[in-house]
Ligand binder design. Structure first.
Ligand SMILES: Cc1cc2nc3c(=O)[nH]c(=O)nc-3n(C[C@H](O)[C@H](O)[C@H](O)COP(=O)(O)OP(=O)(O)OC[C@H]3O[C@@H](n4cnc5c(N)ncnc54)[C@H](O)[C@@H]3O)c2cc1C
Length: 509
């Protein structure tokens, strides 16, 4: 199909990650004509799944929070009319996440503040006051973010240095001298690839509060969010087109985008354009000269979060019991230290979860282990590219590298689950290059642009750009994660839809 300058859409959206799809849904449901252009063979960006040996593996979503009745993500999913179509599995109330240390000691987070405080004061009876102070601070911090509380407006938290400049590590250290408690409270910091000197407390608070408010896994994979959203978009007349890689743009005399150009030369025209692609890549697509040098330099110099080496194990049938919680394993005492790993001791910190498979409830058919990995570990193969939509060759040395890293991870996981190796049927892995190629960012970063408590304004990216009809959405805007990206989509759409009415629709959903 060639679509050259035929229809002019109200909105052309580049990328079908959750951000792109959520914008498409909001705008299509308001009566606008919308087309989403996705470079991959599958929609969803990080929501994509892949299947090996009849086992489905998630690539970038393991669990979500805020799914208790009336909580923010619950309401957003209701607004999208996907809530009742989702297959979800609630994690254990007493233990949805476990922070585990090298000596085998385990500290379970419970759902809801009462259960969380009960668990923590059980482990640290002398620290009740510090634990309660910590919970109160999380609640107070979250209350400052209007959209997070489904409010259309409120005080401008971005100007509040007490929020933006408060560092997560420093705050937690300020409430207790108990080193173990400090590490336990920050123990799931892989959720935001926490960096001691950088991560703001508000990032920690928004995410922790969300998981306290209803932690669920997706049954049979997270791609159902993308599938259900796309059905809604199509019902409203929106189009989602796969294998459509946007490579450049055309402009009119007023400096507005007049069309985006695909790799094969096709052109899609719209009145407005929304990029769900990393802002640095967006600049490459739309052209350096269209942005101010200072903006370009800022965006390109922002630190992205570290990447990951993600190992997927599939098990022999009925050999490994399903875990209805996740594990944050630390082989070092300082939970902020695993991100600065060395080759000999890697992986020192990793996330473990067993996806819930409907056909096999009691037993897990797979396990995901998410470790940290710097993109420069795979830089010698960065000239190679490979996705299903754009098949390419990777060298044998790259496969050997992956096998070597898989073996290191398996050695570690055997320390946690003795005898697990005998239960493993197959091992697959994804490296920083896999994420770079499938997501289309520059370095396979886990969560995109990192927030920084030391210079908060530098890391804030506006949805509006200097190009009048080009807007941004996705994880680099408000926050990463299913909730963060959903909020970003609403922020993007406020430029086109009455904010108060839209939020009222979410509340009334
Ligand atoms: C390993 C991992 C685990 C995670 N686990 C969780 C979790 O458990 N819970 C949670 O809430 N969050 C999790 N996240 C984060 C969450 O998945 C992401 O923050 C979120 O999905 C990002 O959505 P996005 O809208 O920014 O788009 P992305 O997912 O980044 O998608 C961008 C899309 O744009 C497309 N694209 C790029 N370039 C082009 C182009 N030139 N033309 C056309 N299309 C293009 C890409 O192919 C892609 O589909 C995880 C992330 C990772 C990496």
């Amino acid at each position: 199909m060639q679509e050259v300058s035929g229809k002019e859409y109200d909105f052309v959206i580049i990328g079908s990650g959750l951000g792109g799809l959520a914008c498409a849904y909001i705008l299509a449901s308001e009566g606008h004509s919308v087309v989403v252009l996705e470079k991959n063979h599958q929609i969803g960006g990080h929501l994509q799944v892949y299947s090996r040996d009849k086992t489905i593996f998630d690539t970038g979503v393991h669990y979500v929070g805020s799914m208790n009745k009336g909580e923010n993500l619950y309401q957003f999913f209701k607004y999208f009319q996907i809530l009742d179509k989702m297959k979800l599995k609630r994690l254990d109330d007493e233990k949805f996440d476990v922070v585990r240390f090298d000596d085998g000691s385990e500290y379970a987070y419970g759902q809801g503040y009462d259960q969380f405080i009960k668990n923590m004061t059980g482990y640290f009876p002398d620290e009740k006051a510090a634990i309660e102070t910590y919970c109160d601070k999380i609640k107070e911090t979250c209350s400052k973010f209007p959209l997070y509380n489904l409010q259309a407006s409120g005080e401008n938290y971005q100007m509040d240095s007490g929020i933006m400049e408060l560092n997560a590590h420093d705050y937690i250290a300020s409430i207790t001298t108990n080193e173990k408690l400090r590490n336990v409270l920050a123990g799931s910091n892989q959720l935001y690839a926490g960096v001691k000197e950088m991560t703001p407390f508000y990032v920690h608070a928004l995410i922790m509060n969300s998981y306290f408010s209803g932690a669920y896994k997706f049954v049979d994979g997270g791609s159902q969010i993308a599938i259900q959203l796309s059905r809604g978009i199509r019902n409203f007349g929106g189009k989602i087109l796969k294998r459509k890689k946007v490579v450049s743009a055309q402009f009119n005399e007023a400096g507005e985008v007049s069309g985006v150009v695909l790799e094969n030369g096709d052109i899609f025209r719209g009145k407005q354009y929304i990029s769900n692609v990393h802002p640095a890549v967006t600049i490459d697509i739309f052209g350096d000269e269209r942005f101010l040098t200072v903006y370009r330099n800022r965006i390109r110099n922002l630190k992205n979060s570290i990447s990951t080496f993600l190992v997927h194990l599939s098990f022999h049938q009925n050999t490994f019991e399903y875990l209805n919680y996740n594990i944050y394993q630390h082989h070092i005492e300082d939970v902020w230290g695993g991100i600065d790993y060395d080759q000999e001791t890697w992986p020192q910190t990793y996330f473990v979860c067993t996806p819930y498979c409907s056909k096999n409830g009691k037993y897990a058919d797979s396990m995901s282990i998410m470790t940290y990995m710097n993109a420069d570990e795979t830089s010698q193969w960065s000239h190679t590219r490979h996705t299903i939509a754009e098949p390419g060759e990777r060298e044998d040395s790259y496969e050997a590298f992956k096998k070597c890293k898989e073996a290191q991870v398996l050695k570690r996981i055997e320390e946690v689950f003795s005898g697990i190796s005998e239960k493993i049927k197959a091992v697959h892995s994804a490296s920083p290059l896999t994420f770079r190629d499938y997501i289309g960012n520059k370095d396979g970063s886990l969560y995109g642009v990192m927030k920084n408590s030391a210079s908060p304004t530098r890391t804030q990216i506006n949805t509006k750009t200097r190009i009048p009809n080009l807007h941004l959405t996705g994880q680099n805007i408000s926050m990463h994660g299913i909730l963060g990206v959903t909020v970003s989509a609403f922020v993007t759409c406020f430029a086109f839809v009455d904010k108060d009415k839209l939020i009222q629709k979410v509340k009334n959903a």
